[in-house]
Each structure stands twice: as C-alpha cells, then as structure tokens.
Design a protein around this ligand. Structure first.
Ligand SMILES: *[C@@H]1O[C@H](CO)[C@@H](O)[C@H](O)[C@H]1NC(C)=O
Ligand SMILES: *[C@@H]1O[C@H](CO)[C@@H](O)[C@H](O)[C@H]1NC(C)=O
Ligand SMILES: *[C@@H]1O[C@H](CO)[C@@H](O)[C@H](O)[C@H]1NC(C)=O
Ligand SMILES: *[C@@H]1O[C@H](CO)[C@@H](O)[C@H](O)[C@H]1NC(C)=O
Ligand SMILES: *[C@@H]1O[C@H](CO)[C@@H](O)[C@H](O)[C@H]1NC(C)=O
Ligand SMILES: *[C@@H]1O[C@H](CO)[C@@H](O)[C@H](O)[C@H]1NC(C)=O
Ligand SMILES: *[C@@H]1O[C@H](CO)[C@@H](O)[C@H](O)[C@H]1NC(C)=O
Ligand SMILES: *[C@@H]1O[C@H](CO)[C@@H](O)[C@H](O)[C@H]1NC(C)=O
Ligand SMILES: *[C@@H]1O[C@H](CO)[C@@H](O)[C@H](O)[C@H]1NC(C)=O
Ligand SMILES: *[C@@H]1O[C@H](CO)[C@@H](O)[C@H](O)[C@H]1NC(C)=O
Ligand SMILES: *[C@@H]1O[C@H](CO)[C@@H](O)[C@H](O)[C@H]1NC(C)=O
Ligand SMILES: *[C@@H]1O[C@H](CO)[C@@H](O)[C@H](O)[C@H]1NC(C)=O
Length: 800
C-alpha cells in the first residue's frame, strides 16, 4: 500500500551521529527478549548510541517520519519510503522486473536474490531507502485474492525461502526492505473503509495459533532470520483488533518469538489510537496521534513508557545502520519523472528470470506439433494479450478499484502499489514478428479475444469480395459457404496437392481476417490469455469465457494450437485442456518489461522451460477450499488446509498439481537416502536455543540431509526443480505431505548430479499448541523427492 502518503513527504537522508556513546550493549530491545542480536549487534549499538543523544521531541520526530535538525548535535533525515518490489512504483526510467508470482515460479534461489538485489539497486540510486516490499502476505489463502502477483506462493516454505532471499538481496543493495503485509491480510474485499476513523466493516481474520505458526507466520520467520529490518502491518484486522495495534501478533509473535529487531510501520489507515498502537508494538506512525504532548502525557501518567519511546526510536533507525546507509553515499531522492537512468543492464537479467519462470503445463510434440517451435512456415497469433494495449504499457494508478478480470493488451504487471513502471514493454506480438522475419515465416494476428469478421474493416483491412470467414466464436458471419472454406475442405480432403495445412494460401493473403480462417491456415496457432487484478479489488473469476471460447474456436480449426497464459493467480484451463488440438500450454505470472522476449525464448527453445507451478491448478473453481469472505468475521476454519494441502487431504484430483512443470528434455531421479546430522538435536522434543534474530537458534539447525541423484536423460540441456516433500507421523497432525526443500539443478544432456536437501529442525517440527512451542513428533517421517507434489520419484523413511 502507498504508505508514503500516510507519512507525508519523506526526503533524502543524511544522518550525522554525534551522540554520547554507550557501549554497554545490553542486546535486549525493550519490548522483546532478543538474547543474541547476531549481525544486528553493531547496528543496534549505533542506533542506541544515536537515540541516547536525542530529546524526546526529537525521538517523536523520528517515529513520525520527520527530520531532526542538527541544532543539538544529532541530525536525522526521514527515510525515503517507496512502494514496490519488482520495480519502483510510479517512476520514470526504471526497470519492470518479473513480479513476485513470476519470480517464485522460477524456484531458483539465486534468481530470488539476484532480482531483489538489482531492483534494490534501482531504489537505492533513485534515493529511496525504505521499501514497501517484498511480500509474503497475502500468502494465497484464496485463489480469488487480488494481490497474488505481488506475493510468492500459498506454500509457506517456498514463500519463506523467497522472502529470505529477496530481503537479503534488497538489503545488500543498501536499502531497507520492508516485508509486508503483517498478518492474515489475505483478500482485498473489505480490507478498508477508506477512512481512518471507521473500522466497522474492515474484516477480521481469525485464525488459530497452529494455523498462524504453520502457515502465515512461517515465511515472516524466514524473512526475520534473513535480516528483515522493517515490517509493514496490514490494513485488515486480526482477531478483531487492527493488525497494527494487535499486541499478540506484533509484540508477542513478531518481536518476542521471532526476535524481530526492526521497525513495524503501518499500511495506510492502519493506526487509530495513540497509546494503543505504540504499546501494541507499532514503531512508526501518525504525527497527529503521536505528538510530543500526547506521548509525554502518557509517560507521566503511566499510559505509555519512556522505555518504549526509546525502543521505538531505536527500531526506526536500526535498519538504516544495518544496511549501511550511514556511509552517507546514497544519492538524493529523485523526482518521479526525473531522467535518472538507474536501469543498468537489468533488462538481460529480467529476460533471463522471466524465461526461467515459465511453466510448460502440457506438451505433445507428436507429428511435429507442440513446442519448441522450429521455424514454422505459418503462424497465427490470437488474443488481445499478444499485443500492445491500445493506450500504452502503463495503467493509471489505483489502489482501490477494480481491474480485470482480463486486460485488453499484453499484461505484464498487476495493478496498485506493487504495479511496475514500464519505460517500455516488449509484447509477444513484437517478439514473434521479429522471429518470423528472421525465420522466413508467414505471421498473422488477431489481437482481440472476441473478434468477428463482420467487423473486419476495424482491422484496417477491407473485405475481399470472394473470400469469407466462418466467423469468429460467435459465428456471426454468414459467408461460410464461400470459396475459402470450400477450398479448405478440398485441401483437407486431399485435393489441395500441397500436403500440408496451408490450404488457404491458394487465396493469397487476401482472406477475410477471421479467427477460424487464420486458424485453419496455420502450421501453428498461438493463443494468448491473461487474468488481471491487483490491489484494492479481488478477482471475479478463475477463468474467462471469452478467452476460453477463443481457444476452442482456434483449436477447432488448428491441429497445433499452443496456448500462452499470464495470470495473477491460478487460472483454470479445463474448458479446453483436453482437446487434442491444444498441443502445448505455457503458463506464467506477471513477467515485467521483457515479457514478450521471454515467452518467445521459450516458445522457440532458446530457453528450455524450467518453471514450476507455485499453486494448484484445479479442474473447477469449486475444488478450492476458500472463497472470498464478505462478512465482518473471516474465520480461517480450513486451518492449514489451503492449496495442495486441501487437495491431498480430501483426495481431490487437480488438473495440474503444485510443483508441476515440464521440460523439453527429461530427467531421471535416483535413489533417495537420508542421513541424520545431529542425533542429539533429534532426541529433544523442543528447541532449546536462545532467542536470536529469527527466533530460537536451533530451529534453523540442519538435523537431516536427504540426498538423491538427477540425470538429464533427454536430448538437450535443461534444469529440473527437485522437490522434497515430508510426511509426518500421525501424532503431529499434519497435511499428507508438505514441501520442505527444493533445488533447481541445471544439467547438460546426459549429465548427472547429486542433489542434497538440508532439512532444518523447523522443517520437521509442528506447532504444539499446548506447549506453545515447535515440537518434534516421535515416529516415522517419510521424505519423498519428486518433480511435483504428485509426481514423487523416490522416498526414504526415517525414525525419529
Ligand atoms: C548505558 O546504558 C545502560 C543500559 O541501557 C544504562 O544502565 C547506563 O546508565 C548507560 N550509561 C550511560 C553512560 O549512559
Ligand atoms: C535542543 O536542546 C534544548 C535543550 O535540551 C531543547 O530545549 C531544544 O528544544 C533542542 N532543540 C531541538 C531543535 O531539538
Ligand atoms: C483472540 O482474542 C481473544 C480475546 O482478546 C483472546 O483470548 C484469544 O487468545 C485471541 N486469539 C488469538 C488466536 O490470538
Ligand atoms: C494519561 O493522559 C492521557 C492524555 O491526557 C489520557 O488520554 C489518558 O487517559 C491518561 N491515562 C491515565 C491512565 O490516566
Ligand atoms: C550486468 O553488469 C554487471 C557489471 O556491471 C555484471 O556483473 C553482470 O554480469 C551483468 N549482468 C548481465 C545479466 O549481463
Ligand atoms: C498427442 O497427439 C497425438 C495426435 O497428434 C495423439 O494421438 C496423442 O494421443 C496425443 N498424446 C497425448 C498424451 O495427448
Ligand atoms: C496437422 O495437420 C497437417 C495436415 O494434415 C499435418 O501435416 C500435421 O502433421 C498436423 N499437425 C499435428 C501437430 O498433428
Ligand atoms: C474486439 O472485437 C469485438 C467484436 O468484433 C469488438 O466489439 C471490440 O470492440 C473489439 N475490441 C477491440 C479492443 O478492438
Ligand atoms: C446467409 O446468406 C444466405 C445467402 O445470402 C441466406 O440465404 C441466408 O438466409 C443467410 N443466413 C443467415 C443466418 O443470415
Ligand atoms: C483439429 O484440427 C483439425 C484441423 O487441423 C480439424 O480438422 C479438426 O476438426 C480439429 N479437431 C477437433 C476435435 O476440433
Ligand atoms: C464486504 O464487501 C461487500 C462487497 O463490497 C459488501 O457487500 C459487504 O457488506 C461488506 N461486508 C462488511 C462486513 O462490511
Ligand atoms: C546438535 O544439536 C544440539 C542441540 O540443538 C546443539 O547444541 C549442537 O551444537 C548441535 N551440534 C552440531 C554439530 O550442530
């Protein structure tokens, strides 16, 4: 959310530290119980020293986003806060990287970090230093959630790895990455009333302790462990109090249990009280709710404390020291339209990551169909999503409105505060045209989902007198008995003499543009679909009838129909997936500025697809367990059973399972073996380490390693994401299986490699509600390795 608006203008910083230094580093933040500050120790010492030289009025300035001048020796310039993660929101001359959902589909830890670092670098060079992203909430409880393109995956393990790597990547660029939205902010509907004084219809997310720990808090724990120095709390409510004023989630869970050392800052309209918010653990907030007068009065009469004010100030500045902003080298903040080109060579990385994120759902290369394309003689391209939007690559900024359900143009970004700022956008139409020119192909297009030939003049091509189409999906044309179709029929009957599908070429190029005319004349038909949403409004549907009809119409005339989908959340394919003429389907998230190039790279086989699904693709909408919630109380009754955990529990067959994704080559898995690396640790039911950054230290210790081998048995090089799933003993009361490791392994053809998964104590623990602690259950754990959550290739049982 556009938090900057709530804070007023933040400007460039430079902060001189000249406070009396107090070297007794107590290493205990006043509202937490952090026993070991780890690599935050130095930043904490600097922050504490700086704050100890400030007056209360100056501390209040800092926690409300104002500067402190240097009159009394210490100065501070408010952090320059900015929306975005995969690019800077609302800014000229910046890159549009693959958004969270596309990045997650790479399942590539190196790319998670590399993209975040490159994107973070752009924020840094533009003068921003407190970033509203990356995002592990929404997790993806409901596939109708509007903001899924900003976030990673409904699987907490995958989301946790992604959050940790992206936090590390952004921080390493010298900016403070602010993970959001904390916590249980799973849908847009009723998230806010739009005014700060009325919260009556803002929904309350009500989840039990086990669900919170095992699902929604899980990725944030990995983020804290990785150095997350700021967290944005959500607009919505949790257990009937505003998220930002809920001391249970902010103070007890985040700060005490996870040892979070940084600043909690609010989404817009997320703070409504002075003492309530400060005492609950909010560290940064409104200058009208937090005046010196109000806070001093609270200190005097016991509604508030000096220790908490000091803690708030320390937490506000600790991230600044942690990422090294005190070196004074950051450029000043740019205006949003200034020509300051920070993009460097990021377009190459963007194209690479985007291509690596694409998931090959289906491929049937029989009879020369399917993918990859090999210099096809004739190509037809269908759908608005293939080409440029009529009015350019960017959308108007909206954080509270509807976008979608589809987009009339190539869609490469969600909408709202995570929305990318495109200086350019490569469409599939552009990229495919360039390829066709180089290959000597014939390429045609209809960049409209519902085009009918009766409106052909709208395409700028007059209707030739003797040719006609069979009409588009609605069949409105009445010229189907014309020479085009009968010629086609003759050709298919064997009379055309050409021996291929190019029957209409006898008519030259002057056929009436129609979906079926083009489809029947093409060696390959590429149909482009999208599904659009963003901040402020949830999705209305998980499939689109117009676009599904387009696929069906094309496939009825084209025996080599390839579908390309870009979507913000799960997009169902059952209306046409079983059609034999649909030979291949490529599926991806919001790819950013190089979208068309990346899609063409995979279609043509320059890049062998290696992406995997980050959520389950159901056969029907009704197969998903959680719809949108329209009532004031949103009870998370499904517990941890979202996405594949639900499908596995109730034996619902998905169309494509979580983790699915094909390649142009094949991989063979070897035997799976296990090795206990720490018997002592495994013999204890509960962790016993001190609370450090991220929580009890031994939760993160490797207790087991699982090993297998992977061989590329196909004819070209490629990469496979080997996935580790764990089934717990019954006593742990866990889903059938859960992702607890993944490694993306690049392999030349014929090459073989050993794959090792390091299993942390946390990864085989369950939340013990009575003990309020992570526990190990005694019994048999089964570790399975496979190519998806339902394509397991080997397993090993371990007694614990
Ligand atoms: C240093 O900090 C400690 C703990 O906060 C406090 O007890 C002590 O008085 C401080 N010393 C100075 C010189 O400020
Ligand atoms: C500087 O310190 C003095 C004495 O503590 C205080 O009265 C004054 O308000 C401070 N000035 C600023 C700008 O904070
Ligand atoms: C919800 O709030 C009630 C009352 O404040 C409290 O007793 C309960 O423990 C809370 N539940 C959770 C999961 O935080
Ligand atoms: C302390 O003072 C504030 C400001 O006047 C007031 O709102 C609050 O209720 C008081 N608290 C107590 C415990 O008296
Ligand atoms: C971009 O340039 C940097 C050096 O400036 C180099 O290290 C990196 O490999 C380049 N990346 C790509 C994808 O070309
Ligand atoms: C692949 O396509 C051929 C026809 O070209 C068909 O006979 C075969 O059943 C298809 N295979 C699969 C797995 O769908
Ligand atoms: C499509 O039909 C043509 C003409 O019959 C044939 O040559 C071609 O192999 C078919 N393609 C596929 C993928 O079945
Ligand atoms: C798409 O085609 C339909 C039907 O021919 C027409 O009504 C609509 O205006 C077209 N859309 C665009 C964006 O051209
Ligand atoms: C189609 O055209 C033929 C010949 O012009 C005419 O007889 C027929 O009624 C038309 N059909 C429709 C559905 O308009
Ligand atoms: C598949 O495409 C061919 C044209 O290549 C067409 O003749 C056939 O009817 C299509 N099959 C189906 C089931 O639509
Ligand atoms: C939630 O939003 C829906 C749709 O806007 C509305 O009908 C409903 O009244 C809202 N619920 C609450 C509790 O405000
Ligand atoms: C094994 O685990 C115990 C308990 O968590 C820990 O104290 C010890 O350091 C670990 N040993 C190794 C070699 O990691």
């Amino acid at each position: 959310m556009k938090a900057a608006a709530a804070f007023g203008l933040a400007s460039t910083l430079f902060c001189g530290v000249s406070a009396a230094s107090n070297s007794s580093n107590a290493a205990i933040l006043s509202s937490g119980h952090v026993q070991d500050l780890g690599d935050f120790a130095e930043a904490y010492a600097k922050a504490k020293a700086f704050v100890s030289g400030l007056t209360n009025a100056q501390k209040v300035s800092i926690i409300t986003g104002s500067d402190v001048d240097s009159t009394n020796g210490s100065s501070w310039t408010a952090l320059a806060n900015k929306d975005g993660f995969a690019g800077i929101n609302y800014q000229y001359y910046v890159s549009g990287f693959p958004m969270g959902n596309a990045l997650a589909m790479t399942w590539d830890k190196d790319y998670f970090e590399a993209e975040a670092k490159a994107s973070g670098r752009e924020f840094y060079l533009m003068g921003y230093n407190l970033i509203n992203g990356p995002e592990a909430g929404p997790l993806g409880r409901t596939p109708w959630g509007g903001r899924q393109s900003e976030a990673f995956s409904p699987d907490p393990y995958l989301s946790g790895v992604a959050l940790a790597k992206t936090i590390g990547g952004m921080n390493s660029a010298g900016v403070v990455a602010g993970g959001r939205h904390f916590l249980l902010n799973e849908q847009e509907t009723n998230r806010s009333t739009g005014t700060s004084d009325s919260t009556s219809s803002v929904y309350s997310s009500n989840a039990d302790d086990k669900t919170i720990h095992e699902l929604y808090l899980w990725p944030f724990q990995d983020g804290v462990k990785a150095g997350m120095a700021a967290v944005m709390c959500a607009m919505s409510r949790v257990n009937n109090s505003q998220s930002c004023e809920n001391s249970h989630i902010v103070s007890e869970l985040l700060k005490e249990e996870l040892g979070f050392p940084g600043m909690v800052f609010p989404d817009v309209n997320s703070q409504s009280t002075s003492y309530g918010s400060a005492n609950a653990g909010l560290d940064y907030g409104s200058s009208s709710l937090w005046t010196s007068t109000i806070l001093e009065a609270g200190i005097s009469n016991g509604s508030f404390t000096q220790a908490r004010l000091d803690d708030m100030a320390i937490r506000n500045v600790i991230g600044y020291y942690y990422v090294g902003l005190d070196n004074g080298k950051q450029p000043s903040e740019a205006g949003s339209t200034d020509y300051r080109d920070v993009r460097s060579n990021h377009s190459a990385l963007i194209r690479e990551v985007s291509a690596a994120s694409l998931v090959l759902l289906k491929n049937n290369a029989t009879n020369g169909g399917g993918l990859p394309l090999d210099r096809p003689k004739s190509i037809s391209v269908f759908g608005a999503h293939a080409g440029p939007a009529m009015a350019g690559p960017n959308q108007a900024f909206s954080v509270q409105g509807s976008s979608g359900p589809t987009y009339q143009g190539h869609l490469a970004s969600g909408s709202g505060s995570g929305q990318l700022s495109f200086s350019y956008l490569i469409t599939p139409y552009q990229s495919l045209t360039t390829r066709a020119a180089a290959d000597g192909s014939m390429i045609r297009w209809i960049l409209n989902d519902t085009y009918t030939s009766s409106s052909s003049s709208g395409m700028g091509m007059g209707s030739p007198p003797t040719t006609g189409g069979t009409g588009g999906p609605s069949g409105s044309s009445n010229s189907s008995s014309s020479s085009t179709s009968s010629g086609s029929g003759a050709s298919r009957g064997g009379g055309g003499g050409g021996g291929n599908a190019l029957s209409n070429l006898g008519q030259g190029t002057a056929v009436t543009p129609s979906i079926t005319n083009y489809a029947e004349d093409s060696e390959v038909c590429l149909v482009f679909l999208n599904s659009f949403s963003g901040e402020g409004a949830d999705r209305e549907e998980l499939y689109n009838t117009d676009q599904d009809t387009l696929v069906q119409s094309v496939a009825s005339e084209c025996n080599n129909t390839v579908v390309v989908i870009n979507t913000v959340g799960p997009r169902l394919v059952d209306a046409w997936i079983e059609l034999e003429n649909v030979t291949a389907v490529l599926y991806g998230g919001m790819l950013g500025q190089e979208s068309g190039n990346a899609i063409a790279d995979v279609l043509y086989g320059d890049v062998n697809p290696s992406g995997k699904l980050i959520s389950t693709l159901a056969k029907n909408e009704s197969d998903y367990p959680v719809k949108l919630c329209y009532t004031a109380q949103c009870d998370f009754d499904e517990g941890v059973y979202i996405d594949y955990r639900h499908f596995d529990r109730f034996n619902v067959t998905p169309r494509y399972p979580f983790g699915h994704g094909l390649s142009y080559t094949t991989f063979e898995y070897g035997d799976v073996t296990a090795k206990k690396t720490n018997e002592t640790a495994l013999s204890a039911t509960y962790p016993s380490g001190p609370i450090a950054i991220g929580g009890k230290t031994d939760l993160f210790d490797t207790v087991l390693t699982i090993t297998t081998t992977l061989t590329n048995t196909g004819s070209r090089s490629g990469a496979e994401v080997a996935q580790l799933y764990v089934s717990y003993p019954a006593a742990a009361n866990q889903p059938v299986r859960q992702l607890r490791g993944f490694e993306k392994v690049p392999l030349d053809k014929g090459a073989k490699s050993t794959v090792t998964f390091e299993v942390r104590r946390k990864d085989i623990s369950h939340w013990d509600t009575a003990a309020k602690e992570w526990a190990l259950a005694k019994g048999t754990y089964t570790f399975s390795v496979g190519s998806s959550s339902r394509d397991l290739r080997g397993s090993v049982a371990v007694e614990i």
